[in-house]
Design a protein. Structure first.
Length: 268
């Protein structure tokens, strides 16, 4: 089962200028004032307090995010607004369909990237690989099924696990299942990978606590075709450095450079 661990790279300040030069906006729903405010803050501070760089080492979010995508994460997006700043900064609630970056509840040393499927109060079930939220099948154009075989737990959920699951998943199944649906509690979120057959997600480790959420991916500033084992270390391996020197231009996915990352707004 592939994870969607994304490990922090070097300080993001060295790539902020490139992002600002691209003229990219973070979210079509944010006001122009909010966009200029964020830009000004990045210019003034340019630190990981506001944005952070991550790399995607596994394929659990394919084909939305690919192995080797290097991202900037907007850490302001879900920050709590103050009495004045909430009117000018781009704070927003976490919404269904958002792609989020968060500390893995099982071990917060690891950082995951998933898509929000359920927010507090939502009732979630998966039946024959189709996701139902509050009794209605949801539209998921981003979802992929790449395995031919059917899995009784993964594809019909909630059900009796047929594999080892983390303590958080056991608690979720025991305490938050009602009428064969998972009911998302307060201050928690149910998240799945887009590569639905090969994602270690809420089905296997439980809910994402609100306090674990770091932010939302903003932009792909660079994408490089490299295997998972080269991207799972916080420092580049000699093998990876040599590969970069030899294949930088041919293996860089230029069409993904400065691509904005957006969620899929739910219609319910």
């Amino acid at each position: 089962m592939s994870t969607s661990t994304s490990l922090p790279e070097a300080d993001a300040s060295n790539v902020i200028k490139d992002v600002l030069a691209s003229g990219a906006s973070t979210d079509g729903h944010r006001s122009a004032l909010a966009e200029w405010t964020v830009t000004a803050l990045l210019l003034l501070f340019g630190t990981t307090t506001l944005v952070q760089a991550f790399v995607i080492p596994t394929g659990s979010m394919e084909d939305s995010l690919l192995i080797g995508d290097h991202l900037l994460v907007d850490k302001l997006a879900y920050a709590p607004g103050g009495s004045i700043s909430k009117y000018i900064l781009p704070y927003s609630d976490i919404k269904r369909g958002d792609i989020i970056v968060f500390r893995w509840p099982t071990d917060i040393k690891f950082t995951f990237v998933k898509r929000v499927i359920g927010i507090p109060g939502d009732r979630i079930r998966i039946e024959n690989r189709k996701v139902y939220r509050n009794g209605k099948e949801i539209e998921e154009p981003y979802k992929y099924h790449k395995d031919d075989y059917f899995d009784s737990y993964r594809d019909n959920f909630p059900s009796e696990p047929n594999t080892s699951v983390e303590a958080g998943a056991k608690t979720m199944l025991a305490n938050h299942t009602k009428n064969n649906e998972i009911v998302v509690p307060d201050n928690a979120y149910f998240a799945l990978g887009d590569n639905r057959d090969r994602s270690l997600d809420s089905r296997y480790w439980g809910f994402v606590p609100r306090e674990n959420i770091i932010g939302k991916p903003l932009i792909i500033y660079w994408s490089y075709d490299a295997p998972t084992h080269r991207l799972q270390s916080s420092t580049p391996t000699a093998e990876h450095v040599m590969d970069l020197g030899k294949n930088f231009f041919s293996k860089t996915r230029w069409s993904r450079t400065f691509r904005l990352i957006k969620g899929y707004p739910s219609k319910d």
